[in-house]
Write a protein that binds this ligand. Structure first.
Ligand code: C2E
Ligand code: MG
Ligand code: MG
Ligand code: MG
Length: 283
């Protein structure tokens, strides 16, 4: 083979690989110090009741801004936090901040305010998870009925017995569990049958085209009907337009999230939004 081509291929390949590995190592290295450098911020996206269009709670979504890397998306850093185990302290930090805000909002604006928190597989498999959760509930004096943990199919995939026992404990404590990104996995239906879910969050990829794709509309309608048949609440993710909202309303979807209502917001901005809603209800 040609020496040139060989070298070019080789160079191209290593260059790509170097870039990927370098990026990953740099992210990992920076991630190790991110907590103590206070580089994380917890954002809140309104969870809206469809029929009243009122904010009834929020989903906590983590944001990371680093001096060297700039803003890094959760889709990039959460998997690295998972693989390195850093998700354990980071996950606890999210719960701590989110519960702190929730308590304040319950006292000032809305006693029934709900908070949804994403929990990734590694966190969920940790045998200290339940104790950590109880400790945080106690610390912030949060009632269990205000809390929902969002898990994806990935949490359930490997059938580890600790997962079953953690899910059972969470259910026994009275904290709700929701299946996030519903419809994107392979075994969502069998998991729904086997585990004590309270809520289905229909993935935004299904909501995206409901106004133009009759098949997607049919699927979302079926997911909502099935959820209700199983006594679950249904949340639609990624609602961006009035048309999507009205369709979901006619399908009797319970709750929604999406840019139509608001993007995820820093704590202070979310609080302003909530305050505005409470004030207008007073008038
Ligand atoms: P997710 O839990 O499914 O969160 C919903 C994602 O959809 C969020 O992306 C949110 O900003 C985005 N979104 C909300 N409304 C709309 C909309 O109308 N249109 C579009 N296109 N997108 C919308 P984000 O914040 O980038 O988070 C991505 C994923 O990272 C989350 O997906 C979740 O799996 C994970 N994640 C975020 N924060 C945490 C965390 O604190 N812990 C763990 N374990 N995972 C987290
Ligand atoms: Mg989520
Ligand atoms: Mg989701
Ligand atoms: Mg997701």
């Amino acid at each position: 083979y040609s020496k040139d081509r060989g070298r070019n291929t080789y160079n191209f390949y290593t260059h790509q690989m170097d870039q990927d590995i370098n990026r990953r190592l740099r992210v990992e290295e920076q991630l190790r110090n991110a907590l103590k450098r206070k580089e994380f911020e917890v954002y809140f996206q309104p969870l809206v009741e469809i029929k009243s269009r009122k904010i009834i709670g929020a989903e906590a979504l983590l944001r990371w801004k680093n001096a060297l890397l700039g803003q890094v998306t959760p889709d990039e850093f959460i998997p690295i936090a998972e693989q390195t185990g850093l998700i354990i302290p980071i996950g606890q930090y999210v719960i701590d901040i989110a519960f702190n805000a929730t308590k304040k909002w319950q006292q000032q604006f809305q006693s029934q305010f709900k908070i949804a928190i994403n929990v990734s597989p590694k966190q969920f498999r940790e045998n200290t998870f339940i104790d950590m959760l109880k400790m945080q509930l106690e610390k912030h004096q949060i009632h269990v009925s205000s809390v929902e943990l969002e898990i994806t199919e990935g949490v359930l995939l490997n059938g580890d017995p600790i997962i079953n026992s953690n899910l059972t404990s969470i259910n026994d404590i009275g904290v709700s569990i929701s299946m996030d990104d519903f419809g994107t996995g392979y075994s969502s239906l069998s998991y729904l049958r086997s585990y004590p879910f309270d809520t289905l969050k229909v993935d935004k990829s299904f909501i995206n085209d409901i106004t133009v794709d009759p098949g997607d509309l049919e699927l979302v309608g079926a997911a909502i009907a099935m959820g209700h048949g199983l006594n679950l609440k249904v949340v639609a993710e990624g609602i961006e337009t009035e048309e999507q909202y009205h369709l979901l309303r006619s399908l009797k979807c319970d709750y929604g999230q999406g840019y139509l209502f608001s993007k995820p917001l820093p704590r202070a901005e979310f609080e302003e939004l909530l305050q505005t809603q409470v004030k207008s209800a007073d008038q």
